[in-house]
Design a protein around this ligand. Sequence first.
Ligand code: FAD
Length: 417
Amino acid sequence: MRYSGLQVLWQGLTGNKGWTPAWRDPDPKPEYDIIIIGGGGHGLATAYYLAREHGLTNIAVLEKGYLGGGNIGRNTTIVRANYGLPGNSEFYSHSLKLWEGLEQDLNYNVMHSQRGIINLFHSDGQRDAYARRGNAMINQGDDAILLDREGVRRMVPYLDFEQTRFPIFGGLYHPRGGTARHDAVAWGFARGADQRGVDLIQNCEVTGIDIENGAVRGVQTTRGAIRARKVGMVVAGRSSQVAAMAGLRLPIESHVLQAFVTEGLKPTIDNVITYGMGHFYISQSDKGGLVFGGDLDFYASYAARGNLPMAEHVVEAGMTLMPMIGKATMLRSWGGIMDMSSDGSPIIDKTHIEGLYFNGGWCYGGFKAVPGSGHCFAHLMATDQPHPAATRHRLDRFTTGRGLMDEEATGSQHNLH
Ligand SMILES: Cc1cc2nc3c(=O)[nH]c(=O)nc-3n(C[C@H](O)[C@H](O)[C@H](O)COP(=O)(O)OP(=O)(O)OC[C@H]3O[C@@H](n4cnc5c(N)ncnc54)[C@H](O)[C@@H]3O)c2cc1C
């Protein structure tokens, strides 16, 4: 079924009885050409682009829970291409261009809203760093505008500009940045992959990876063994555990990141704002809730809920920046398990085991990467060659030390920055 305004009107007039399920619920076949482990944003996007760009359709996505139940449905939905380093710069630029045509491509409303992002700075040093980053973005072909304090004030007058400790000096504005509805992204890719013949198999946990003579042969699952010539591991916060099934030790730690949402309010914040002197970023959802987050809980954990000290820190930072939010009631908070690589940048690569591929280490920036990651990982799995936009995301950079992409200059343990 093709979705359109006319379809919505027709279904509305005929009692909404004609809608069909967005994807099938097949049983696993004994064998596929390609298995993708993980039905999150990256896994579903990979399957979609394998089918759409490379004509490969004998594919299964194996998901241990339900599609979109992981981080893809837990994030704060920020989409941007404001990275500074070669490697990340071209990759995220590629991803943002895919976002810009995604709804037409998927025939699905993912509510992509390019409402603009303002990264605030509060010192001369931060201004210099943002000016450098903005120039890198412009060189890459993306958009960046350095705002002074009055420029920021014109756009977001409700901030506390006179904070005694960290007054606002200005901001780096990225007009093409914004937000999207996170779980619609999973659903849109799932529907698009299913329509092209990909089997999306839920409640199917991979418990082992079969390897013979240095080549992958398939996987063991809670729904039986499934053979495949190629297997892609795309499991975000569970990367280390799944890779260990193939005897691999990854440069990744799993950490919890929290998010928070208030009650629905009238339109208040019409862009995304990040605070430069504390862990805090905020936007307003289309339902009206203020959606905000901060940083990791700062210790490794597989608990999908966060600790109270970080909740307190985030709320304090929010109150410092925009005291008005103290009047809103917070409805919920939750956590997601992040796959933190040690240079803070992702990995899209083959492993030393023939037919076994790895995609992960997205840290807290993996939502904006979903279309780009799926596109590049599908290219790698189909052709065995890295996509031109993802040539630097190699696994061996952590053993050779060459090509590390330490975007935030935080040293060898990005997760402790
Ligand atoms: C609170 C929070 C806020 C965030 N905010 C942003 C943001 O604003 N912008 C941004 O760009 N990024 C953000 N992120 C990061 C982003 O959400 C993640 O980097 C990205 O979603 C991870 O990729 P994914 O969607 O494939 O992961 P997931 O959705 O977690 O998918 C992985 C899937 O693998 C499955 N799986 C695991 N093990 C197995 C197994 N053994 N067998 C089968 N299936 C398995 C899991 O069940 C899961 O569904 C945020 C993350 C969190 C938690």
